[in-house]
Design a protein around this ligand. Structure first.
Ligand SMILES: *[C@@H]1O[C@H](CO)[C@@H](O)[C@H](O)[C@H]1NC(C)=O
Ligand SMILES: *[C@@H]1O[C@H](CO)[C@@H](O)[C@H](O)[C@H]1NC(C)=O
Ligand SMILES: *[C@@H]1O[C@H](CO)[C@@H](O)[C@H](O)[C@H]1NC(C)=O
Length: 731
């Protein structure tokens, strides 16, 4: 429609190197288009351009109007200061607000439940729900002319007569403010995926990153650009200009880097691959225009409007090509084993051979709002945070696409904003880190052990995070501190050690809202809100330590720590050793950080009669009592399992096991009596009273029985290697 209106003077403009004069640059959605006019009416127009209905909406001009995300409601604002909500067919549903001054711009919130509109120098967010809290703040020093709200990143843009444009979060906190320009900013608009936005002013068109800094600036001879609309695939935009023209622009010059490869989209259908090692250049041509691409793990994945191309970096000549079902891919994520395509209809996991592996689904799925912050992929797991319930994360087994475990999503107490799976190590140890609305950083295991999923807080005021993909090292920015969690798993092993496994560097250099761009080796690149890059070096040793530990090279690990002479390294090693139940190394590492109590405890474990008991004690050491008990019961060490519960004062469980296995009931009762006597209390527990009836506690007998159990365990441990050997021989 926009085209039909302005086609009289379509002009060509070379923006971002390349411009497109395609027939259909502005995609028209399937529903009626909205058109505002000066008469106070708006018209509903069919796809074919026929006016279906004209509605008297405002006194004075209708200044703006927008469909909600579902296409079921329309909001209009006018010179009369009113904000009105209309049904799909143009019936007035409600007048959401009325004020004394004109409303220039309006936008829907991500869930279509709130409306953002301008009021002089103020921005106002008002929920549709009556009596819900209204958020209002002063956003500019001049009249606000435009505003926009992105459904993927939940960020708000505003543009004003004070010649500035700004980025806000949905709580009204300022994330970015531009320098004042020469002329008022007359338009701002988000690309659908929320990665970019465009800014229009007098003879000015700017392309900006979501954090605010500007990629490029063009000076077309068009008068002011009053309105900007992006195509749904986010590759091009149209601008309505003061001189009656419409300009079209196509985003090119995007870059992807991986190891020694640099890839640039030089034209709409052409990529240039530069191998920086031998300076070789390859050109990749596509049949249709490129919409999304991703380069990682030795593969380049490109989606065009119709197809998906998979290249191996070893061979740029013969890509694998398959047709896309739905069309516009909004997100590509890669793991080493497979990659994920997200489009408006679903999530599709493909192998690099182009085979569809799975297509996970969850209730109320809305894929158009997913981004790299809310979807995370590893070799074995896919995690998704959706808008319908922002407190949960859906976790799927990648191969089958089935929800993990009992199918219940991971639930947190507040809304989650960003998630990231770690990449290395065993599936059973897969961890997910996430940041919630309060900017607290948590970590948890994706698999559930026992009843509860232990979610542990490991940071506060975290603005951004990134895992390294070859070792499970996490880095993030906490307020003004750059922090590296060298071994986040420490919280599951010996929580008190965590602060000593971190690298922190206080710096005022970051300014507001910095983003981690890359985490390669020991070099971390951070982009500040003004677009400039900062490079930070971290110690290379922790990554090497991870490598030694993952291949069980404990002696090398100890040697490395001795060489590095760094308490952080020793602390990491202590935690890694406990996690891997490697007691000898744990003892050395704990001794090196002066934790003598832990050394003594480990020593006492070493004296235990069997490997199973030692393992169980190591599990207890790291707080996994449930697993310790399971291990003992599985290996038939019933008495030991009972004793573990006695030591933890889990009296009911101890008695339950004793009764079930018909052994050591008297032992449990004896310890219980002693415990109560020590505290001068009387038995009130019914089960204990019942079993104590007519039973005489004889400590000598009990001690003898315990001795016998230990002797038995020792004998069994001595015999078992032989048993195993004979089995091997028989094979
Ligand atoms: C992930 O999968 C790839 C390909 O199957 C494999 O080479 C790699 O070792 C896996 N990575 C991990 C951490 O398991
Ligand atoms: C913090 O970072 C600065 C700049 O990168 C560096 O010079 C300094 O040594 C770092 N401090 C610590 C304690 O690592
Ligand atoms: C992680 O670190 C290793 C080396 O320590 C490096 O080779 C790799 O590229 C890094 N991964 C990411 C995603 O930065």
């Amino acid at each position: 429609m926009l085209r039909a209106l302005f086609l009289r003077a379509l002009m060509e403009l070379y923006i971002w190197k390349c411009f497109n004069l395609d027939v259909n640059p502005v995609q028209i959605q399937g529903r009626c288009q909205f058109l505002s006019v000066m008469s106070g009416k708006f018209h509903l127009i069919s796809k074919l351009g026929r006016i279906e209905k004209s509605i008297d909406a405002h006194c004075g001009a209708v200044l703006a109007g927008r469909w909600n995300y579902e296409g079921t409601a329309l909001v209009t604002v006018g010179e009369d200061g009113q904000v009105k909500i209309w049904s799909k067919s143009g019936m007035l549903r409600s007048t959401l607000a009325q004020q004394g001054r004109p409303v220039y711009s309006v936008a829907w919130g991500p869930d279509s439940g709130k409306v953002l509109y301008t009021s002089g120098k103020q921005l106002i967010i008002k929920p549709l729900q009556p009596n819900a809290k209204v958020l209002q703040w002063k956003a500019h020093d001049g009249l606000i002319l435009k505003t926009d709200w992105n459904s993927v990143n939940d960020l708000i843009l505003s543009a004003g007569e004070d010649c500035k444009y700004k980025v806000w979060d949905s709580y009204g906190r300022l994330l970015y403010s531009s320098q004042p320009h020469e002329y008022p900013i007359t338009s701002v608009a988000w690309a659908v995926d929320g990665e970019l936005f465009a800014v229009g002013s007098f003879r000015t068109l700017r392309l900006c990153d979501k954090t605010g800094w500007s990629y490029t600036l063009e000076k077309p001879n068009t008068g002011s650009i009053y309105n900007i609309a992006w195509s749904i695939d986010g590759t091009q935009l149209a601008g309505a200009c003061g001189n009656g023209h419409v300009i079209f622009a196509h985003v090119v010059d995007q870059r992807w880097e991986w190891k020694n490869f640099e890839i640039t989209l030089i034209k709409r259908r052409t990529m240039e691959v530069h191998n920086v090692i031998n300076d070789a250049v390859d050109l990749l041509e596509f049949r249709d225009r490129v919409i999304k691409a991703s380069l990682n793990y030795g593969h380049l994945v490109v989606s065009t409007s119709l197809q998906c191309y998979v290249f191996s970096v070893k061979n740029w000549n013969t890509p694998l090509i398959f047709d896309l079902k739905e069309g516009t891919v909004s997100l590509i994520l890669q793991a080493e084993r497979h990659f994920l395509l997200v489009d408006g209809a679903g999530l599709y996991l493909y192998s690099y051979e182009g085979r569809l592996i799975s297509s996970p689904k969850y209730p109320g799925m809305r894929t158009d709002i997913l981004s790299a912050q809310t979807v995370s992929l590893s070799n074995d797991t896919l995690a998704v945070k959706d808008k319908a319930d922002e407190k949960v994360i859906y976790i799927f087994e990648a191969l089958s696409g089935k929800p993990l475990g009992d199918g219940k999503p991971l639930a947190h107490k507040t809304e989650i904003v960003e998630i990231a799976l770690d990449q290395k190590g065993l599936t059973s140890e897969r961890k997910i880190a996430f940041i919630d609305k309060n900017r607290d950083l948590y970590i948890t295991s994706v698999k559930r052990f026992g009843k509860e999923q232990k979610i542990v807080k490991i940071g506060t005021m975290v603005q951004t995070l990134a895992w390294n993909d070859t070792s499970n090292i996490l880095c993030g920015i906490q307020d003004t501190r750059f922090t590296v969690w060298y071994y986040p798993n420490t919280v599951y092993v010996d929580k008190d050690l965590l602060p000593k496994t971190l690298y922190e560097n206080e710096t005022s250099e970051f300014s507001k809202n910095p983003q981690i761009v890359r985490f390669i080796g020991n070099l971390i690149t951070i982009r500040r809100a003004d677009g400039s890059l900062i490079h930070l070096n971290i110690s290379p040793y922790p990554a090497i330590l991870h490598e030694y530990v993952s291949s069980s090279k404990w002696e090398d690990a100890v040697r490395l720590c001795r060489f590095a002479k760094d308490q952080t390294m020793w602390t990491c090693l202590a935690a890694m050793a406990v996690a891997n139940k490697e007691m000898a190394t744990a003892e050395i590492a704990y001794a090196s950080i002066g934790k003598i109590d832990k050394v003594q405890y480990i020593n006492s474990i070493k004296d235990l009669p069997s490997k199973e008991s030692r393992m169980a004690q190591m599990l207890l050491f790291s707080g996994n009592s449930q697993e310790a008990e399971t291990l003992l019961l599985q290996t038939g060490l019933i008495y030991q399992a009972i004793q573990v519960n006695i030591n933890l004062y889990n009296w009911d469980r101890a008695l339950e096991l004793a009764v079930k296995h018909k052994t050591h009931v008297d032992t449990v009762l004896a310890y219980r009596q002693k415990f109560l006597e020590d505290f001068g209390r009387k038995e009130t527990n019914k089960r204990f009273l019942q079993y104590a009836e007519g039973l005489e506690v004889d400590w000598n007998k009990i001690k003898a029985k315990i001795q016998m159990e230990i002797a038995k365990e020792r004998e069994r441990a001595a015999a078992s290697p032989a048993v195993r050997a004979s089995v091997t021989v028989q094979q």
